[in-house]
Design a protein around this ligand. Sequence first.
Ligand code: PLP
Length: 435
Amino acid sequence: MDGKKINTEKSQGLLEKSAKVIPGGVNSPVRAFKSVGGIPRFIKRGGGAYVYDADDNRYLDFCCSWGPLILGHADPDVVAAVQKQVETGMTFGASTELEFELADFIVGHVDPVEKIRFVSSGTEAVMSAIRTARGYTGRDLILKFDGCYHGHSDHLLVKAGSGLATFGQPSSAGVPEAITSQTAVLPLDDEDALEKFFNEHGDKLAAAIIEGIPANNGLLVQRHDFIRLLRALTEKHGALLIFDEVITGFRLGLEGAAAYYGIYPDLVTYGKIIGGGMPVGGFGGRSDIMDVLSPNGPVYQAGTLSGNPVAMAAGLATLKKLADGRIYAELERKNRLFVSELTEKLKDYTFNVAGVASIYWLVFQRDLPRKAENIDPDGISHYNRVHEKILNSGIYLPPSGYEVCFISVAHTEEMLKDAAEIMAGAFRQEAHKWQ
Ligand SMILES: *Cc1c(COP(=O)(O)O)cnc(C)c1O
């Protein structure tokens, strides 16, 4: 495997051409492979668990478009639903029965969601949920957690500083401090910090937002007690609790984080899986909260392509296949098998794998972190150094050590066993022996 070279001429050519007309040649920064090096692959097609690049190399795909493709690439039922819709029109700017059907499916399966509205991305879903929470409570302040990603809207591009709660440090140029000054950031997994924050600021808080299971900066599995306290404190202080389930919605199971923790949020945001691979977001929750939205209430929110029929058709076809729950049990079994196989092969090394449902995260440190500051940057460098070697062996891992991996229905046990063998080989050359 060492030094294996594969042909990436076409991808390289496409990158050079694209970079002249698209900043960095990409429409989302991590696609540029800056952390891991190597040529970012231009993908020509996908089928099942595989993607094929412009040079016709095949890769077993553990990125799965960052989460939406729980059924794998080009699932025949999803493709058929999309084709059927496309033939009769792609967008009308008026309501369709498909919007009702997807909304009804989600409301019927997720208890905390009584009403839902669809938008076109996860970012838009979160942005709209925050505005809804502010409109409902009449308060401005929001609370997020260090290590959680909620899309790229201005008020959520905030970095954590040192100390218990920090306010208003933009994590991107172009974001005014005046906007982020209304966003507080706390560490995950820290009950004392929560208590202290709510004592001081709880009565000014519109909403606290947290990922179902934080999965955008490693996989930071939270203790139920921490989430339980967050629920209790938001309730006590009249603030709303938002579960951002853009990744975890219909990934952890049909009822997502609410069922996982046995805790109901007031609002939930969706994206990724509910669009079956089409651009979609959604936000929903209690009826009395959702009814502050225009035209019922004073909170403005809109979208030319919101509830787009092609996206609704793809999402509905996907969710219907998940409805009986059997797929989740099967995915979880396969993921557990893969995770234990890999951990066993590397048990003598400073390496671990975090796994939940059909998500796993490769981490080059011994203990699994629960908060962002406990992620070892050296471990991330190990991942980044070995990424290209694994890619050249035909396995497509996300191009950053902070990103999690997904398995789909199309990933077979055999594929997973072979992948574990190849990955373990590459990691062994990179990881330190555990002393
Ligand atoms: C992906 C993601 C988003 C942003 O969704 P986009 O569709 O990329 O805008 C928001 N929150 C979470 C938890 C996500 O994983």
